[in-house]
Write a protein that binds this ligand. Structure first.
Ligand SMILES: *Cc1c(COP(=O)(O)O)cnc(C)c1O
Length: 336
């Protein structure tokens, strides 16, 4: 048997080793945890029994998340990064298709394809706003809406999210960047039992390395979700660290403020090329990926409909200073 004939071919993701330089390509927070907080948390981790499996449901963490979100614990489900919740959610519902709005977060189509689901792509309009779904949905659908949207940075209008919910399809609303936009639609959970809101500790909370995300939805949905999750998927150290982070929400708030100020500073400098953003990154219509890379600044190169643009994560002030001066030089150079 030739094994190559039996291997399913998926377009995967390359994630090479980190190169030297300034990393503004993955929408991470530039601020690490202060050393005194780290020491304090690590001291506590000593007590953790690593020979034991973690609990199926990380109840303490879910309680803290529920308090933060302002809902009951039964409506929260934690996952191994919010992107690892996507395949579970795609398995959870009987559906004929997944509706996506390019250009958006690529992990939706990655997992939908892996699950063998049909994908119906309805592009965002010229202002990157989601379409009206009502006249195109004759099939039982899972609609993925990303707000603020990655990579365009804009928030989606609430009345259009409601319209999607009124179509009585399943709506996964990804609010990975909500802390930078300060306007959530999570309250709609109380009214619509077809809504799941996806959140993460990877962005504003600055814990991308821990792989902790969560979803919020009806008690019934979360009960079913817990039935299909592996009891062994969560990692006990990550759970413990995440629990402790909720003691430092004030620090996190401050970091978010700094990032929002810096975002607005970068946007103002490149108003003629940049799209307004409600997140911790900015889409800029400058073909400067290689130029910046050669100068040690790593940003995200866009493709498809956004070909020739870059997505720039907001970094620390000094990193942004470098980005700004290099981009200004790039613009000067392309005028000549
Ligand atoms: C970064 C990001 C996530 C978060 O993924 P994690 O797996 O929780 O790190 C989710 N959705 C979008 C749109 C993102 O950009």
């Amino acid at each position: 048997m030739k094994i190559a004939d039996r291997l399913k071919n998926f377009e995967g993701y390359g994630c090479g080793p980190r190169e030297e330089g300034i990393h503004l390509d993955k929408n991470e927070t530039p601020f690490g945890l202060p050393n005194d907080i780290k020491d304090d948390i690590f001291e506590e981790l000593r007590e953790t029994q690593l020979n034991r499996y973690p609990p199926l449901i990380p109840e303490t963490l879910e309680k803290k998340i529920a308090d933060y979100v302002g809902c009951s614990t039964e409506k929260i489900s934690v996952g191994n990064g919010s992107d690892a919740l996507l395949p579970l959610l795609f398995e959870l519902f009987d559906a004929d298709q997944v509706v996506l709005n390019p250009t958006t977060f690529s992990m939706y189509s990655f997992y939908a394809k892996r699950k063998g689901l049909e994908i119906n792509e309805i592009p965002l309009d010229e202002n990157f706003v989601i379409p009206s779904y009502l006249d195109v949905l004759e099939k039982r659908s899972i609609i993925c809406i990303c707000s603020p949207n990655n990579p365009t940075g804009n928030r989606q209008p609430r009345d259009q999210i409601i319209e999607a919910l009124e179509s009585e399809n399943i709506v996964i609303l990804d609010e990975a960047y909500v802390e930078f936009s300060r306007e959530s639609n999570i309250d709609l959970i109380e009214k619509y039992d077809n809504l799941i809101v996806l959140r993460t500790l990877s962005k504003a909370f600055g814990l991308a390395g821990l792989r902790i995300g969560y979803c919020v939805g009806s008690v019934e949905m979360m009960e079913y979700l817990n039935k299909i999750r592996s009891p062994f998927s969560q990692d006990i150290l990550s759970i413990k660290i995440a629990e402790r982070l909720f003691e430092y929400t004030e620090m996190i708030e401050n970091n978010v403020k700094k990032i929002v100020d810096e975002r607005d500073r970068i946007f103002k400098r490149f108003k003629d090329h940049a799209y307004p953003s409600q997140s911790n990154f900015i889409l800029i219509d400058l073909d400067a990926y290689e130029y910046l890379r050669d100068r040690g600044i790593h940003v995200r190169k866009m493709g498809g409909r956004l070909e020739g643009m870059i997505r720039v994560t907001v970094g620390k002030e000094e990193e942004n200073d470098e980005l700004i001066s290099e981009l200004e030089r790039f613009i000067e150079g392309s005028k000549r």
